[in-house]
Design a protein around this ligand. Sequence first.
Ligand SMILES: [Zn+2]
Length: 277
Amino acid sequence: MPSRRTLLAAAAALAGTTMSGCDDNGGTITASARKAPSTPPGRPWILVVPHPDDETLGSGVLMAQHVAAGRDVHILLLTRGMGSNARAQINGTQHSKWWGVAHNPVAEGYAPLTPEAFGAARFAELTAAVGCLGGATVHEAGLTDAGVTVAQAKAAISKLVTEVGRDAGVYAPSWVADDNPDHRAAGQALRELAAEEPRVYGDVRWYVLPPYWTDDRLKQVSWAWVEPTNTDISNRARNACRAYGAWQPPHSYAIGYHSVDYMFAKVDGGPKSMVHT
Ligand SMILES: [Zn+2]
């Protein structure tokens, strides 16, 4: 039986003004003015995110607390999630359960989304959500949605660790309690790296997406809740959800909510994250 314990944030104090910048080309974005000039950057922390929205659903509280503690936070986005069937919903060729009626792009005044436009819109949702969580540097691995391999994920993680510092903490989706192949590949990649190079990967954890919070497979590992340490943290975690529910075509398409509204409802109803070792 896993112990139910709450992880306390390393430090609760917010570290200066938080802002984030965005590159319209979808390349690496760099957060600016995140810390007071006199504050040295904290130890790097890397969150491995297979698709836009995994960070908010699985790690919103976790990430907001790392930013608040002054850590040098990096998002490693493996894919833009271009294969999601939310694209068919928004283009009106598939019914949207969350929206309740079929979309009609002509009547609603927008052009159907190509896979590329859909990917760019998903990236924009992630950028907005990351800003809500306090800001981070976003790196893209450019891998294929539904086709992430363990080898590709290992290469992407190891490249970023080399760039940001070997003392980085690295968190990835659970390799044990998750059925999505991309999530499992990312989790397994971190597991193998930690086994192969324990000195480099001395601070690793795996985060659990909401549908798996009561999964029996968690009995195989030691897991813990990460509860918000204050209302700023829980507000930030909720605000990040809003970034995925914004409907204002052609600027934003609420792709996250079209895709997994029930997961956002769970986070919005009581922000917390679950991690395991
Ligand atoms: Zn995902």
